[in-house]
Design a protein around this ligand. Structure first.
Ligand code: GLU
Length: 420
């Protein structure tokens, strides 16, 4: 299995199991469990796109909202041939818990189109994005549901969605999406935010564990927006990045890779494979290398019953959503590996999305230093709250984060009551 064909079997079941563990701890009643374990709204769209050769193709897309008890739905849009409803249900639910973990006023959503964007021209991709945006326009909006980039989508994708939505409205609505280019209402620091948030909680974890980041050996799986920037930021903290990978393979140098040079190499060759002065490994082999910090920053289900027992690290920091399955989670607990769960470790992205949305609504913009300062405050506070629960209850960080997050969402749902 490669990261290209990511396993998504039972992902929603996995999300529900994680939720049920927290619901048991919190003693939630059956009714509330039913409410919180399903998605509130699920929209499927099949839509035509005019291709460059004059033919018409039909694509399937989705936008799912899990819960909006604490505010408008929030979450990314991914383009991938294997996007499917159960994967999106899990990802939407994880967004609800993620926003609650860092205490920002959003619910959770996720969307996607079944497509391999690498096979489309830029013009076809724009057509597809604009038509998909039109199809989901009945759900999205600055007060209802705010998309953002995710796997294989970026600031340009968000610009097309913002423009399409605004054309239909007849006026510019910057706050309908986040992760936009800076010149049209994007936030300084949003591009680095997922990685920066991850760096901040890794620093906290190292402090609690009495480890130094300076000289720590780090392995990063995935070299996209999250992975490549986490690698750079941790290297700036003195860590030695011994291995990185992308969907085509991995590279390893026990003395450390020069991340800036790897980024430049990837820009030129569209892959990290072939980078000089490094051993070539698969993107699964790198997960089993001896290191201090392992950062899965690619897809779901990369750490599972087959490889978790062979993982030789002290900290796993989940920059990706759902990289560790339930069996692997148990193995990590048994082996004393400290896991920074996705709903905490990668929450920096949606946190700065929140800052972007606030700035768009106020038409008043901050500089990057202000953004990073506020991001730091939120991540450090969330880490401390989750860590405290894990210490008090003698449980792992994921269960602790779920108790915090599910508790907050359940409380909001109970305070609001059931309508009518
Ligand atoms: N796609 C990112 C995530 O999974 C960001 C979502 C957002 O900013 O709304 O957290």
């Amino acid at each position: 299995m490669t990261t290209e064909s990511h396993e998504t079997n039972n992902l929603f079941q996995m999300a529900q199991n994680q939720f049920n563990t927290a619901a048991d701890f919190l003693g939630l009643d059956q009714g509330l469990r039913k409410v919180l374990s399903s998605c509130k709204r699920e929209l499927t769209v099949n839509f035509p796109v005019l291709m460059d050769d004059g033919t018409i193709d039909v694509f399937t897309g989705y936008r799912f909202q899990h819960n909006v008890a604490r505010g408008p739905a929030k979450g990314g849009i991914r383009y991938h041939p294997e996007v499917n409803p159960d994967e999106l249900r899990a990802l939407a639910m994880w967004m609800t818990w993620k926003c609650a973990t860092v205490d920002i006023p959003y619910g959770g959503a996720k969307g996607g189109v079944m497509v391999d964007p690498k096979k489309l021209s830029k013009h076809e991709l724009e057509n597809l994005t604009r038509r998909y945006a039109t199809e989901i326009a009945l759900m999205i909006g600055p007060d209802t549901d705010i998309p953002a980039p995710d796997v294989n989508t970026d600031a340009q994708t968000m610009a097309w969605i913002m423009d399409t939505y605004s054309m239909h409205k007849g006026y510019t609505v910057t706050a309908v999406v986040t992760g936009k280019p800076i010149n049209i209402g994007g936030a300084e620091g949003r591009n680095e935010a997922t990685a920066r948030g991850c760096q901040y909680v890794i620093r906290e974890a190292c402090r609690e564990k009495g480890m130094s980041l300076d000289g720590a050996k780090v392995v990063v799986q995935g070299f996209g927006n999250a992975g490549s920037i986490v690698a750079r930021l941790l290297a700036e903290d003195g860590a030695i990045i011994v291995a990185v990978s992308d969907s085509t393979g991995g590279i390893y140098n026990p003395k450390g890779l020069d991340v800036r040079k790897v980024v430049a190499f990837k820009q030129e060759h569209s892959t990290v494979v072939g980078y000089p002065n490094a051993e070539q490994l698969t993107n699964h082999e790198i997960l089993e290398l001896e290191c201090d910090i392992l950062v899965p920053a690619a897809f779901e289900n990369q750490l599972n019953e087959e490889n978790a027992g062979k993982v030789k690290t002290k900290i796993v920091a989940e920059a990706a959503n759902g990289p560790t399955n339930l069996a692997a989670d148990q193995i990590f607990q048994d082996n004393g590996i400290f896991v920074l769960p996705d709903i905490l470790a990668n929450a920096g992205g949606v946190t700065v999305s929140y800052f972007e949305w606030v700035q768009d609504l106020q038409s008043f913009f901050w500089n990057e230093a202000e953004t990073n300062k506020r991001l730091h405050q939120i991540m450090v506070k969330a880490f401390a709250q989750v860590y405290k629960i894990s210490q008090e209850r003698k449980i792992d960080m994921r269960s602790a984060a779920y108790i915090l997050a599910v508790g907050r969402v359940a409380e909001a749902a109970l305070t609001r009551g059931i309508y009518p």
